[in-house]
Design a protein around this ligand. Structure first.
Ligand SMILES: Cc1cc2nc3c(=O)[nH]c(=O)nc-3n(C[C@H](O)[C@H](O)[C@H](O)COP(=O)(O)OP(=O)(O)OC[C@H]3O[C@@H](n4cnc5c(N)ncnc54)[C@H](O)[C@@H]3O)c2cc1C
Length: 384
């Protein structure tokens, strides 16, 4: 009998655990561990911002949704002991595994810039978006600053998408000409950390929406009384402040000494193998691609890694060699305002630079985004 444990039931882990349970012969054990039963779909936050979703529309509840045979543990893993193949849990006895899949995602680190919390609106959380919506109700014009605080960023395109959708919303509210939207990024060009192709595409969209980008802006601190942001070498005013938080690897990975110095787990770029019978996927991992850039933390990447993990775990569990390779592909859909969505297909393992292929934006591609959202939501129950 083989005991497979999947840690984390987010975009990657939940489907992986269910599929492995479905395909692994009875008699083998599959366990899924997750600390949060109520989860919201982060990519839908900006639809909430523009009024196309209500809070309850983007939540799922995992209580009681698991198929027979899949054991679910609602708990937080504190530490993984890869040598003895043990997981230390917060509220119960440790459990052992034969094969482990780590899908714990990433974690924001509010301690790096504590002053931002409460003054600015965090663009990556429901709380932040709700605060922003309240702020927009009384906003009559002025400087809107959007700060990318550091790298790596969770879903690097999200901040730009938020800016574009916010701009469309303000125009709809009749505020055209009464505000200036500026994005501050530590990079030399927007999204250059992901790919040159993507940088060109997004820069064009930002120009079209007259959103200013101030590059090489390393955020340092904030003076709330003067409503000023301090960057290395200059200051900038704000009336409304939005930001993407600083990220680090998950606590459980850092406690386990499985990760790099920031807590992300290095894995084999193709087989997604991390250590002794241990696979990892999605935002919990760090992968340097052939071009020297890092694979971005995106649901689009996690989604394509799922099948690789499922296949390789099943192979290992049944005594074969894991031979399925992740080839660096991902497909995603950017909301570029006015209901238009632009599809992009990427190959992150392209030798020279991650390659992107774009199709023209259209309202039809919204269906693809809706389906992705629907597929995630239907894995749980709606909340009352
Ligand atoms: C605002 C926003 C918009 C985004 N938009 C897009 C988009 O348009 N397209 C796109 O591709 N990506 C987007 N993303 C990124 C996407 O949401 C993530 O890349 C994706 O969720 C990663 O999947 P994952 O399975 O690796 O981790 P997650 O989905 O984060 O799942 C990790 C799970 O592990 C659980 N967990 C963590 N630690 C423990 C522990 N110690 N014990 C037990 N359980 C634990 C967590 O509770 C969580 O449920 C967006 C992100 C944000 C913030």
């Amino acid at each position: 009998m083989v005991k497979v444990v999947v840690l984390g039931a987010g975009i990657g882990g939940l489907v992986v655990a269910k599929k492995i349970r479905q395909k692994l012969p009875a008699g083998n054990q599959v366990i899924l561990i997750e600390k949060r039963l109520r989860q919201y779909f982060q990519p839908s936050l900006y639809w909430l911002m523009i009024g196309e979703r209500k809070e309850r529309d983007i939540y799922r509840n995992l209580a009681g949704v698991f198929p027979p045979g899949l054991e679910f543990i609602h708990d937080e893993a504190l530490e993984i002991k890869p040598v003895t193949k043990k997981i230390i849990l917060k509220n119960r006895e440790p459990i052992t595994y034969d094969i482990l899949v780590v899908a714990t995602g990433t974690e924001a680190d509010p301690a790096v810039f504590p002053d931002l919390t409460g003054v600015g609106h965090n663009l990556h959380t429901l709380e932040g978006i709700k605060g922003l919506c309240a702020g927009l109700n009384i906003f009559t014009g002025g400087e809107i600053a959007i700060v990318k605080t550091s790298l790596p960023d969770l879903c690097p395109t999200a901040l730009y998408e938020a800016a574009i959708l916010l701009n469309s919303l303000l125009i709809k509210k009749g505020l055209k000409g009464q505000y200036q939207l500026t994005i501050y990024t530590p990079l030399e060009r927007p999204l250059i950390e992901v790919s040159n192709d993507l940088n060109k595409c997004i820069s064009k969209e930002l120009d079209r929406h007259q959103i200013r980008v101030k590059t090489a802006s390393q955020f340092e601190s904030i003076d709330p009384a003067a409503q000023k942001l301090k960057f290395t070498g200059f200051t900038a005013p704000y009336d409304l402040l939005l930001y993407a938080p600083v990220y680090k690897g998950q606590t459980v990975i850092r406690n386990s000494e499985l990760g790099d110095e920031s807590g992300w787990m290095p894995v084999d770029p193709q087989y997604l193998y991390a250590a002794n019978d241990l696979f990892a996927m999605g935002d919990s991992t760090i992968i340097k691609t052939p071009s020297g850039k890092y694979l971005p933390m995106m649901g689009a990447v996690t989604t394509l890694q799922k099948n690789i993990i499922i296949s390789n775990v099943l192979a290992l569990a049944t005594g074969s060699l894991p031979d399925k390779k992740y080839k660096g592909y991902a497909s995603c859909f950017f909301d570029v305002g006015a209901g238009q969505v632009k599809p992009a297909f990427s190959n992150f393992y392209h030798q020279k630079d991650p390659a992107y292929y774009f199709l023209p934006a259209s309202r039809w591609w919204r269906i693809a985004r809706r389906l992705i959202e629907y597929d995630w939501l239907r894995q749980g129950k709606p909340i009352k």
